[in-house]
Write a protein that binds this ligand. Sequence first.
Ligand code: ADP
Ligand code: ZN
Ligand code: ZN
Length: 723
Amino acid sequence: MFAKIIIDQDAKALDKIFEYSVPQNFAVEVGQRVLVPFGNRTLQGFVVELCEQSEYDPSKVKPIAQKIEDFPVIKKEMLQLMFEMADKLHLKLASILRLFLPSEMRTDSVHELLVKFCVLAENFEMPSTRAKKQLEIVQHLKQKERAKFTDLSKQFGYAALAALVKSGVVRVEQEQINRTPEFDRIESAARKLTPLQQRAVEEICEAKTYLLHGVTGSGKTEVYLNLIERQLSKGKTALMLVPEISLTPQVLASFKARFGDNVALIHSGLSAGERFDEWKRIFLGQARVVVGARSAIFSPIENLGIIIIDEEHEQSYVSESNPRYDTHDIALFRRNYNNCALVLGSATPSIESYAKAIDGQYQLVEMPVRVNGMEMPKIVTIDMLMELRQGNNQIFSIPLIYELRDIVEQKKQAMIFINRRGFSSFQRCRQCGYVAKCTDCDVSLVYHRFENKLKCHYCGKRFHALDVCPSCGSADIKQGAIGTERVVEELGKLFPDVRVLRMDNDTTSGKNGHRKILNEFRNAKPGILVGTQMIAKGHDFEDVLLVGIVDADQSLFQSDFRSIERTFQLITQVAGRAGRSAKQGRVILQTYSPRHYVYRFATNYDYKGFFNKEVNLRKVTNFPPYARIVRILFSHEDEKVVAAECKLCYNKVQAIREAYSKDFVYLDVMKAPLNKIKNKFRYQIMMRFKLEKADEIEKQIFEAVDPKAKSSVFFEINPNNLS
Ligand code: ADP
Ligand code: ZN
Ligand code: ZN
């Protein structure tokens, strides 16, 4: 018997399938981890196929050295997924397999937790009456029957316990204990569904892909819970993905409350032990509902009845590091393999997903009103240029201060949102609101401080940095953003007696950082929560009646083609935090570009209007979903090497463009915006081509890279982030 094996090394030269023989004295199965001789080393590998005949001279094929576990750790579905990902996403086999296992398992740095328990032996002689502590332990065990060794030792002393074990009075048993992640315990009574929820649950009944478009507060979570319940009752399992689990402890809590120990949790905030034990519970079929962040899409759950991607528009579903993948693609594969339902839920679906729903590829299910019939919060746009002209050069507009005062008097709550995404920033005229844009691409230019230049991150064109405004001649050019800290400080001056909490990357480090702040905020009345995107996600606080958006334009003038879409999503999501209970909420949206169409649609909650406008723009300018953007990023310590290799590849891609001249919209080679990271120089080839022959072109593009290139090469399709 021979085994085809993938070596667990992330190296280009080893990215193929090797053949080994299976020794007479043991059997292996497909999916099993083994140790194999390789050169003069022993390496870890995965069996991906078994065959009777060798393709090579059998005498030259080396035997497998050893099995690591005696069962397959990679299931059939995942092996198939691996081949598909390698083929479609051009990833290395070993790097894909690594996504399927807890990383500590590969390095053998995590093990089962064995705990020692003490019980009384069946027949024993009572210790002498002089050994008081020993008698106490016996007494204790008579009552409790069983106790942890460490607990007893702490309570009665190690010496006494050890003596009892030695004399055979106490027996020690080892037991494997699952380490379980923390969560908030809440009440869980299933609610009577509203008619809209009921309709959604009924509509989502087949093995199809559904786009659940439900406004914020429409009660999507309850729909998910019902859909999952239905699958469980049919003996099936469920996989539910949320963007960043630490940000939405509520969702997890309601899942735990409803499904108890059936739920396993997978996300990056777990300890190695917790992740290993949760993974194992899923692997063994002990957990039938998986709730997790992006990486949970790879969990070894079988017999799936439904996959749910909540907040499907979120960027965190795309892994931006190697191996790069989009969770949607993986979910579609697993949907097809399991022939189950896939539900993409959002109040603000991505343009790509909604286009597919319009096109009939996804079934559209809508929940257009809130659970309690409450009106959506009223969004008031404030023109910050007017405020400036009227002599207010503070962070907060007069109306926002006025509304905040009202909240404080009523002892209610407010959220203040500041967008600070990314390192890059644009330049803007403080007098007329002018923002520099690329002449060719209609995206905002990014200011590169080092070179003092404005650059387009799409076509690479450079422009002089602004010192006077080309539109009004003013020299009042601003660049950069105000931070959360500054906002908290200002609020402190305005409302010295009010609880002001801050939630951003700096305040939420550490395990449970988010949960602590959110729980603190829950009890702060009056209270104000200041934060970045983190506060826009899924939170459900009934006393939040006001949301302030300090500088809505921050996301509008980012340099990529999704920046307007993202702005619409952010405004809708953050506005959706207000007025979720008994009273209509209010939103104050501060902007320097009040006439931008994104604000018109967002303030009216007109998703469809926005979609139509945006999708038309994308069509005429040839951007996704009507075209594909591919970036090939090369990086290497030696700038000469990376520049040369990038250029070589570019020349080949140019030849491809000539063959497909009608399809190519754009092609160029340049330094990456972040030219050097961790001492590695970065060069990129950017291209955009029409969809018709996109797959065909893409395949050739990937083959254009020299497999022997010294640089590391990274492919991105429709990238979110062009740094
Ligand atoms: P979404 O995710 O769509 O923004 P949520 O799932 O957070 O909305 O639900 C909004 C609020 O409505 C939550 O407080 C939830 O507990 C409540 N809710 C959901 N469904 C019902 C129902 N059928 N009856 C009463 N309250 C509900
Ligand atoms: Zn450009
Ligand atoms: Zn100006």
